[in-house]
Write a protein of this length. Structure first.
Length: 180
């Protein structure tokens, strides 16, 4: 119980530090990035772009990325949030330009982070670094955005990202294929 209490305090302190940070130039960009990832639309758009290249490894990466999201999203949204039921952090004190529509679901784990990590992990296991690294950076940005906009604690994001990474690895294991 002592460890859980310590982790909870740490999570709240980290949230306060990130949510309280002022990052000039990012005040409007980060919330827009977070909104773009609503309902995995950002990842679906990127998957479409990968498919449109016509390159087989990128088409395969896109497919695996979407399959990983299809595994991670129900795990966190239909199971995790109901099991844990954590209340979302307060948005009090956040700058107005940073506020986004507050989800009504539980906070733990983060569905946005799970989908971001699932897509990025699956793509990274299939695509060349020139594609995988920017997608990974975008996924990290989405994860950060969830804390910066005040809708998740860092622990929610870490748990969601871990679930997403596991989903990406699971899809790779279920659908093996040599990386070309």
């Amino acid at each position: 119980m002592r460890v859980r209490s310590w982790l909870s305090r740490l999570d709240r302190r980290l949230f306060a530090a990130v949510a309280g940070a002022h990052l000039p130039g990012l005040e409007r960009f980060v919330p827009a990035l977070s909104r773009a990832a609503d309902n995995s639309l950002l990842w679906a758009g990127l998957a479409g772009a990968l498919v449109a290249t016509g390159r087989r490894p990128l088409r395969r990466a896109a497919t695996r990325g979407l399959l990983a999201i299809s595994l991670a999203s129900p795990l966190v949204n239909l199971v995790g949030k109901q099991v844990f039921g954590r209340t979302r952090p307060s948005a009090e004190g956040l700058p107005l330009e940073r506020l986004i529509r507050r989800p009504v679901s539980a906070s733990f784990p983060s569905g946005h982070s799970a989908s971001a990590a699932a897509f990025a992990t699956a793509v990274a296991l299939e695509a060349p670094p020139a594609v995988a690294v920017p997608i990974g950076a975008l996924a990290a940005g989405v994860c950060f955005s969830r804390v910066y906009t005040g809708v998740h604690y860092p622990g929610d994001v870490l748990a969601g990202a871990a679930t997403g990474m596991a989903a990406g690895l699971t899809i790779r294991r279920l659908l093996p294929g040599a990386r070309e």
